[in-house]
Ligand binder design. Sequence first.
Ligand SMILES: NC(=O)c1ccc[n+]([C@@H]2O[C@H](COP(=O)([O-])OP(=O)(O)OC[C@H]3O[C@@H](n4cnc5c(N)ncnc54)[C@H](O)[C@@H]3O)[C@@H](O)[C@H]2O)c1
Ligand SMILES: O=c1ccn([C@@H]2O[C@H](COP(=O)(O)OP(=O)(O)O[C@H]3O[C@H](CO)[C@@H](O)[C@H](O)[C@H]3O)[C@@H](O)[C@H]2O)c(=O)[nH]1
Length: 430
Amino acid sequence: MNILVIGTGYVGTTTALVFAEIGWNVTGLDVDPQKIEHLRQGKLHFYEPGLEGLLKKHLGTKRIRFTTDKKEAIENNAIIFICVGTPSLPDGRADLRYVKQAAEDIGRHMNGDKLIINKSTVPVGTQELVTGWTRDARTVPYPFEVASNPEFLREGKALMDALQPDRIIIGTNSDNVAKRIGKLYESMQCPIIVTTPRTAEFTKYAANAFLATKISFINELARLSDRLGVNVKEVAYGIGLDNRIGPSFLQAGIGYGGSCFPKDVAALLNMAEHNDVELKLLKKVVHVNQRQHLYMLQKVREQIGNLAGKRIALLGLAFKPDTDDIREAPAIRMIQKLRNEKAYVQVYDPIAALPPELMDERVKFGSSPEETMKGADAAIICTEWPMFLKIDWVQVKDSMNAPNLFDGRNLLDAGQMKDIGFYYQGIGYS
Ligand SMILES: NC(=O)c1ccc[n+]([C@@H]2O[C@H](COP(=O)([O-])OP(=O)(O)OC[C@H]3O[C@@H](n4cnc5c(N)ncnc54)[C@H](O)[C@@H]3O)[C@@H](O)[C@H]2O)c1
Ligand SMILES: O=c1ccn([C@@H]2O[C@H](COP(=O)(O)OP(=O)(O)O[C@H]3O[C@H](CO)[C@@H](O)[C@H](O)[C@H]3O)[C@@H](O)[C@H]2O)c(=O)[nH]1
């Protein structure tokens, strides 16, 4: 079977490689010639464990190829996945301009029957819009179908999530389309749910909104835990063992970030507003999340006083470990706040880079965690990179100006850090 994947970002590249791995012939199409050139050379333009090996393997098997030629790619493939970005507009709405462009490209170059499957995260009703955009761009009225097939992979675990998904959701009103898409995934061992396109589109937002809610819930309880002298990690473990609750996404910290949760929660809130429904709980989820890094900074101020002129070390920039993605990362918000308060900031991350616009005489990137913390008045852990567990904390304690350690991800062992001589504060954990 020949498959075209439009968009070779995070989702498109993973999707293309997973279909190559399960035996299909895949073409990856992107408007960005640099990305395509990198991919042709077996190089990824983002960090994701395991993916580059698979890319090199399938360039070798010739099951995968990459192009910027829309006409040729669309003409040669009857099954087309749309995997383009749907970023936030200023009012929170999902920007559908790339999806529209892809739909129009397909319509314009259509040369026979096409099955269009949308994997991008899109508002309810987009399948109907894609149908209209494709139809209006056709020059010859070839038949085509549009289905929804949302993607649930996580950055850092993209390959595992895409090869062994918890479920596959197919949104179509046609039994024949459901069968054709089901065939693409027949080697995967997971439930396949066939539903309407609108339900499939909504389910994606519901999943991300629920996960974000779990995080804000435990973050609120973490703040109360601090006041009550309770260990929120043990609370999360205790409630997580209840099958009805489950253990995941109950890790308290400085809040969620990334390219998905903030954008998708905003899009869902926008959808609700346009339908005159107020999602009060979800609004609070966002509110809690936006304040969580400020809560940590308040703890720092309580310990070391005014931050002006103080040296603060920040460990971790990425919005979570195993990625170089800093989109909506709490660490970035933290740096901006520290900069406003005229602190000197030294940052370290094993993979992610500090954006040049954030660097100045007050904000520098360190060469190692140890060097970053040398002479600091306080260190704040913003990302739970496993390498931070291996730091020689005894040595670090002696090299700091004052041994103040603030663990924004509850990564380290509080007792051990205190034994070493640190003033240690996590979130709902100390
Ligand atoms: N990143 C994730 O972890 C993740 C997980 C699940 C779902 N999603 C959703 O999947 C979608 C894609 O996300 P992403 O992170 O891969 O986005 P991305 O921005 O990294 O990649 C999108 C790619 O599409 C390309 N593109 C745009 N218009 C095009 C066109 N007309 N023709 C060809 N290529 C075009 C861009 O150049 C870019 O390379 C979004 O809707 C996102 O919300 C993302
Ligand atoms: O207990 C937890 C779990 C996560 N996080 C934070 O939540 C954010 C998002 O983490 P994660 O969900 O692992 O990363 P994403 O790659 O953004 O994946 C989410 O967003 C994708 C895009 O829609 C979906 O496909 C995935 O299913 C969904 O998990 C990160 O900042 C984490 O630090 C916490 O603070 N506590």
